[in-house]
Design a protein around this ligand. Structure first.
Ligand code: CP
Length: 324
């Protein structure tokens, strides 16, 4: 099997932390996506390891559950030759009442290079980045941002359709609680795509139109001629009270089935960040549609994107240390 060439040094991401997509420029986003492309190919080879993170320590600090993000950050760090520690909050001193800052500063005292943080509060990762000495990557903070998810979504779209510019993307479902939606709105808007949001009024934040999106409350209207249909889970863990009478009613009006999908372009891609609730926001057959669903590809892209992000921040650390 042909071995991928060692990629050239990464120079185009001049940030100490990755806390959100908001504020990133088109060239910075493009640099991360281009770099991720290299790692997609490398991850398909028998020899997946590259020595880009040797000597670096990455700590995954997840205060909320995760399958895709935590595992792919771990794989990403390992494939780049870094040391990686997974902190389980369930068995940590958080359970004894230790605060977020005390936990982070305890880890900071062990000299990690990158903290990958998921937390239920919007702004938690920003707060930590102001306290610790290492780089911080936001792996999802409350309903604020999930930057690496938007990057992997963009990579999936770009590889399938060859561009982001000019595409019509519909993001459907629980926008109110979705950090994935917010990061995608920033990224897609920055890269020249048009974004529609489709949701019941109770699941849309007030004033969301100010982010430059079109808002629809009817799936058939909103999906008309879309290139991409991105479905979101109802985040019941963030809801106080009922936002919709029942999940059956929700599926009837806002669940993606073939009948509603027929309004999008015939070759529209179906996306979902996961985890899915089949039969609530998406019909099981639609989710598994071999020709149109790219949900598993999104997961694959996640490892490559996280490798590119870890590499970008470690290059900046080396520069700050006078080693690059
Ligand atoms: N999309 C996503 O963040 O999935 P996990 O919660 O499994 O990490």
């Amino acid at each position: 099997m042909k071995k991928a060439e060692t990629p050239p040094p990464f120079i185009a991401f001049p940030h100490r932390h990755l806390l959100g997509i908001e504020g990133l420029s088109p060239p910075e986003i493009t640099a991360l996506l281009d770099r991720s492309e290299i790692y997609v190919e490398q991850n398909r080879e028998a020899d997946k390891k590259r020595a880009r993170l040797v000597g670096r320590t990455v700590i995954n600090l997840f205060f909320e559950s995760s399958t895709r993000t935590r595992t792919s950050f771990e794989l990403a760090a390992q494939r780049l030759g870094g040391d990686v520690i997974n902190m389980s909050v369930m068995t940590s001193s958080v359970k004894k009442g230790e605060t977020l800052i005390d936990t982070a500063m305890t880890l900071n005292a062990m000299h990690p290079d990158v903290l990958v943080v998921r937390h239920g509060d919007s702004g938690a990762t920003q707060l930590l980045s102001e306290k610790v000495n290492c780089a911080v990557i936001n792996a999802g903070d409350g309903s604020h941002e999930h930057p690496t998810q938007a990057l992997l979504d963009a990579l999936t779209i770009r590889r399938r359709l060859g561009r982001l510019q000019g595409l019509q993307v519909a993001i459907c479902g629980d926008i109110l609680h979705s950090r994935v939606a917010r990061s995608n709105i920033h990224l897609l808007g920055t890269m020249g795509a048009r974004v529609r949001l489709i949701a019941p009024k109770s699941l849309l934040p007030c004033g969301i139109e100010r982010m430059g999106v079109e808002v629809f409350h009817d799936m058939k209207d909103g999906l008309k001629d879309c290139d991409i249909v991105m479905m979101l889970r109802l985040q019941s863990e963030r809801m106080r009270g009922n936002f919709f009478p029942s999940t059956r009613e929700y599926f009837r009006f806002f669940g993606l089935d073939y009948d509603k999908l027929a309004n999008a372009k015939p070759d529209a891609l179906i996306m979902h960040p996961g985890p899915m609730n089949r039969g609530v926001e998406i019909d099981s057959e639609v989710a598994d549609d071999i020709g149109r669903s790219v949900i598993r590809e999104q997961v694959e892209m996640g490892v490559a994107v996280r490798m590119a992000c870890l590499e970008a921040l470690s290059v900046n650390l080396a520069k700050a240390e006078g080693r690059a």
